[in-house]
Design a protein around this ligand. Structure first.
Ligand SMILES: NC(=O)c1ccc[n+]([C@@H]2O[C@H](COP(=O)([O-])OP(=O)(O)OC[C@H]3O[C@@H](n4cnc5c(N)ncnc54)[C@H](OP(=O)(O)O)[C@@H]3O)[C@@H](O)[C@H]2O)c1
Length: 362
């Protein structure tokens, strides 16, 4: 690889933005050339902007501590400094949609954590191990919007990542799932910083996360959908019923999942073997952030656990365990992933690598 691609982080001071900084500091293809956040942080040195709220592992990398944070609205400033931005801002949905479109219009590739464009038909919502081919709809997107170099690709909600790859591996092996029952146990870092107060969370579980159950029930259908001329047409199965809970865990979303198969039902041993051997395009392309094994199967009765399993394979693998028969549907299991890495910054970096490998950043 010759020269690295210059990238920016919009929302660089936040919980997810900090993970981007950490993950990109030694990236073989991308180098950070631009940081942006709200007007409150704009004009400050990065280390001053995050003083007292740096929560990523290790110290602030020396390569960014003196970089000046820009106002996220300064799209032209970004266009003169970078080819791609990772978007992780917390603003109103419509404002984020407009902001990301203005970056793409000015020729920047936008890879976003936000939900603003998840249901825009010509915007692919990518989990690289599942629907790498959805990147094809970037062609339609560019045609529809007259963009030459700009594009928008998004990732799904973090809550679904603990079960989407295990589900997809079974679908790919020919076992059709038409019903799913899911209960998520979602970490505090998923709410951004500072998130819910300690007084609300210690010794407690909050059985509601605004909008999360709806997203968990419908986003899988776009990810499993088909590419058409005008964008993605969503799949019509499985039907999902989700309960989403906030729990006092720092990082790592767990999901307790029951699956109902519509026809053939695999044996438990076969499910385990499908999961253990599952590999996909990121592994075939040997993308720098791809986990070697996207699904890690634990056979201990008490795994996966957030503290023990969230960092598996660069915190990019999904760990599953407790696979057993279900008394109501067919089988049940527990899935777990690191929400701010696999479910946010790391997932988007992997998508960016995929987009680059497919030639959309040329
Ligand atoms: N946390 C997770 O696990 C997770 C997972 C998946 C997706 N996401 C999504 O990723 C996004 C960021 O989440 P987060 O957890 O990192 O949130 P966060 O910790 O609250 O950080 C929010 C970021 O947005 C910036 N911001 C706020 N208002 C802004 C404005 N008016 N203009 C420009 N920038 C503004 C903040 O800048 P200042 O510091 O200057 O205020 C900060 O950089 C959200 O859309 C969230 O839904 C989060």
């Amino acid at each position: 690889m010759s020269e690295k691609i210059s990238v920016g982080i919009i929302g660089a001071t936040g919980m997810v933005g900090q993970q981007y900084i950490r993950l990109l500091q030694h990236h073989p293809w991308f180098s950070i050339s631009y940081l942006a956040a709200s007007p409150q942080s704009a004009g400050k040195k990065y280390s001053d902007a995050v003083a007292g709220r740096w929560h990523a592992e290790g110290d602030i990398p020396s390569s960014v501590e003196d970089m000046v944070v820009h106002d996220a609205q300064d799209v032209q400033g970004a266009a003169s400094r970078c080819r791609m931005v990772f978007s992780a801002v917390e603003m109103k949905k419509e404002e984020i949609a407009r902001l990301e479109e203005s970056y793409a219009t000015s020729g920047i590739a936008v890879v976003s954590n936000n939900s603003a464009h998840r249901w825009t038909a010509d915007v692919p919502m990518i989990i690289p191990e599942i629907n790498a081919h959805h990147a094809e709809c970037i062609r339609a997107q560019r045609k529809n919007r007259g963009w030459q170099k700009g594009l928008i690709a998004v990732k799904s909600n973090c809550s679904i990542q603990s079960y989407m790859t295990p589900l997809f591996a079974l679908l790919k092996a020919g076992y059709l799932v038409d019903r799913m029952f899911v209960t998520t146990l979602q970490a505090l870092s998923g709410a951004g910083y500072p998130g819910p107060s300690a007084f609300d969370m210690v010794d407690n579980v909050i059985p509601f996360i605004g909008g999360e159950e709806e997203k968990s029930e419908v986003e899988p259908l776009k990810i499993l959908g088909k590419v058409s001329e005008n964008g993605i047409v969503k799949a019509d199965a499985p039907r999902i019923s989700a309960h989403c809970n906030r729990v006092p865990v720092l990082h790592g979303h767990s999901a307790c999942v029951s699956l109902g198969f519509s026809a053939k039902k695999p044996e438990l041993k076969e499910i385990e073997s499908i999961w253990r051997s599952f590999k996909a395009e990121p592994q075939e392309l040997d993308l720098p952030s791809a986990p070697r094994q996207p699904i890690i199967v634990r056979s201990e009765a008490n795994r996966p656990q957030p503290r023990l399993d969230r960092d598996a394979d660069k915190a990019m693998a999904v760990t599953v365990g407790r696979l057993r028969p279900c008394n109501l549907l067919d089988v049940r299991f527990v899935g777990l992933h690191h929400n701010t890495i696999r479910g946010a910054a790391g997932g988007c970096v992997l998508t960016a690598e995929l987009i680059k490998a497919k030639g959309y950043l040329n």
